[in-house]
Design a protein around this ligand. Structure first.
Ligand code: FAD
Ligand code: SF4
Length: 331
């Protein structure tokens, strides 16, 4: 393994400054993704700055207005078990419980979770097959290689990878915000704009710059929050990343959909909102299966499957439909 030094941060301003000035420095929280990437020789940081000692970043706060503030250093297991998270936004708790394993969730932080990198096998391959995300330039091995687990939306010829986080799908559906401290102060990034599509720069997963520290994720109060559900399809029941997943949150009035939020995982380089379907579902009867199916299909007209993942187009629509139905039953 590449040699590196490790130090501990105690002050956020100093940590941000060090990150901005030292290109070889990487923040480490739980280390559950970072260390794996180093072992796979996908990244070679020279200096790890342990941020676990930074103050006021581990709390889980139920806000008086019905919203939620989750510190970036809160552990996945703590957030999943939090009574107010479960009550206000079951979709968040469920997306966390279906992610990774118990041991990993005890260690893994929320900030690290939304920063985790793709599980594309070429990206994590020690043999250094061409991968534009790993080292920009040589091409994308998955484009004409094995691409069963890859994107059907928003990909480019330079990268067809999907984003692996489950809870990111829930946050995207709920229009959460990522609170970031950077060199020029604090800013709030809408969750749906936090992760990027690959375009010609797939090495960049998100919009963060050097010197940016995620402090918290904020979820505004949502009328759809309580009637929400996360459905994840994976190759095995024990811990596994999503083949396809859906986060649904809905408000129902007299059996009809008053408002709905739908996002999908496993289909794109970022959590994928089904905005066209959300609009088409407005006013639909929850029991009217044909109308629900037709509305969801409106978000799939621009799906572009690859050679091995055509099945995802139909599967994703079924997963979205089922997630919506279960969320609706909770309303
Ligand atoms: C076997 C296995 C199975 C898994 N299965 C799933 C799954 O099914 N679903 C799922 O969603 N996840 C899954 N994961 C991923 C796991 O959830 C992540 O590894 C974990 O959430 C990362 O958090 P961490 O604190 O360990 O991050 P680290 O590994 O410490 O850091 C990850 C990245 O985030 C950056 N970072 C961390 N905190 C901050 C911050 N506050 N500000 C800025 N940058 C920061 C680090 O610099 C690093 O680049 C799995 C992981 C493993 C190993
Ligand atoms: S899909 Fe992206 S991550 Fe995978 S090989 Fe292609 S460039 Fe690399």
């Amino acid at each position: 393994m590449h040699p590196f030094t490790l130090s501990r941060a105690t002050n956020a301003v100093e940590a941000i400054k060090a990150h901005a000035e030292e290109p070889q420095l990487t923040f480490i929280a739980g280390g559950t993704d970072l260390i794996g990437l180093m072992k796979d020789r996908a990244i070679f940081p020279g200096h790890l700055l342990d941020i676990n000692g930074l103050p006021e970043m581990s709390s889980i706060e139920a806000l008086p207005d019905g919203g939620l503030r989750v510190g970036a250093l809160a552990r996945m297991s703590d957030v999943a078990a939090d009574i107010e998270v479960r009550r206000r936004f079951p979709v968040i708790a469920e997306s966390l419980l279906f992610a990774a394993s118990g041991q990993l969730r005890n260690m893994a932080s929320m900030g690290g979770n939304i920063m985790q990198r793709t599980r594309c096998a070429y990206f994590r391959d020690e043999d250094d097959l061409p991968c534009n995300k790993r080292r920009p330039g040589p091409g994308c091995s998955a484009l004409h290689g094995i691409n069963r687990n890859h994107a059907i939306f928003g990909w480019s010829d330079d990268c067809v990878a999907t984003h692996p986080s489950d809870v990111a799908v829930a946050f995207a559906a709920l229009d959460a915000n990522v609170l970031v401290h950077g060199r020029s102060g604090e800013r709030s990034i809408p969750f749906t704009e936090f992760h990027r599509l690959p375009g010609s720069t797939p090495e960049r997963d998100n919009v963060l710059d050097r010197g940016d520290l995620i402090v918290a994720i904020e979820v505004p109060a949502r009328v759809e929050g309580r009637a929400s559900y996360y459905l994840k399809l994976r190759e095995r029941e024990s811990y596994e990343f999503a083949l396809v997943s859906a986060a649904a949150a809905v408000a129902i009035d007299d059996g009809r959909i008053k408002s709905v939020r739908l996002a999908m995982g496993g289909v794109a380089h970022k959590p994928w909102r089904l905005r066209t379907a959300e609009a088409a579902l407005h006013g639909a009867l929850l029991q009217d299966l044909d109308t629900l199916k037709a509305a969801i299909a409106t978000s799939f007209t621009d799906a572009r499957p690859l050679a091995h993942n055509g099945f995802k187009v139909e599967l994703a629509q079924r997963v979205a439909l089922r997630a919506l139905q279960v969320a609706g039953e909770r309303a």
